[in-house]
Design a protein around this ligand. Structure first.
Ligand code: GEK
Length: 241
């Protein structure tokens, strides 16, 4: 279904929320708004499936409709793996449960800030930490580090910003042009931007890497970047192969 959430001029732009209106158009919205989404999701599946091997649990925190959950399951033949999708939007979880009917998948409607990932080999946070308050992020990553399997791998994708203004302006403007090229009108672009302003606080790439290190993770590698969208592989211990 085509994303038309911000087509009509709205008198007050309410803060962006993952409600029924957004759920209905979500795959179209995210594909046309997040550069690299269509690379990051299948790669998440490949990387996570490789890391899980024959058994183990992966959590897909902030799973929305379960795109990463599905990508992992599609890339693994192992019957002893489990993927748990977690989202605090009941509209998202209800739809994900309808879309992904697979014995290895379960979904929970819960706040990821209070969801245990005990012994998880893989935890995916694709475009979700950016919606958390900045002061909550270190505590979250520290707890994930404590709870995960000793061989745990985090896959974190985020919107980032540049510390230097010229680069930030070039990337920002190119992103807006990309959205226009993807069919969004001026009014859609500006209303969505206003709606996201209060709910999305983004860090620089350097701040992201520092956050993972401060939380206790040994190795963080950025494996993808397109304009201001980046994805990181974050290891609890040094990977050996
Ligand atoms: C994808 N990962 O398709 N607890 C649980 N869920 C949350 C929380 C929270 N505290 N805060 C936000 N969410 C997905 C895309 S979308 C990204 C993730 C975007 C959920 C929120 O309900 C929404 O479904 C998701 O995080 C963010 O790869 O829309 O830009």
């Amino acid at each position: 279904m085509h994303d038309n959430v911000y087509v009509d001029k709205q008198r007050h732009i309410v803060d962006f929320a993952f409600n029924e209106d957004v759920v209905a158009v979500f795959p179209d919205m995210i594909r046309r708004s997040v550069p690299g989404y269509e690379t990051i999701i299948p790669m998440t599946g490949l990387i996570a499936a490789r890391h899980l091997g024959n058994e183990g649990t992966a959590y897909d925190l902030g799973c929305s409709l379960g795109a990463s959950t599905l990508a992992i399951l599609q890339q693994s033949q192992a019957s002893n793996i489990r993927v748990v999708g977690v989202d605090n939007s009941s509209a998202m979880i209800e739809e994900a449960q309808k879309l992904i009917i697979e014995p290895r998948a379960t979904f929970q409607c819960a706040d990821l800030l209070s969801t245990s990932v005990l012994n998880a080999k893989v935890v995916v946070l694709n475009f979700v930490a950016q919606f958390l308050a900045p002061e909550e992020r270190l505590a979250l990553f520290t707890r994930l580090h404590e709870e995960m399997h000793p061989d745990g791998l985090l896959i974190v994708s985020e919107k980032v910003r540049n510390a230097d203004t010229p680069t930030q302006n070039i990337f920002d403007e190119t992103h807006l042009n990309w959205k226009r090229a993807n069919g969004y009108s001026e009014i859609e672009v500006s209303q969505k931007r206003q709606a996201l302003e209060n709910v999305m606080k983004v860090d620089t790439e350097e701040m992201q890497l520092e956050l993972f290190q401060d939380a206790g993770f040994k190795v963080s590698k950025q494996w993808f970047r397109c304009l201001n969208w980046a994805s990181f592989l974050v290891y609890k211990r040094f990977p050996t192969s």
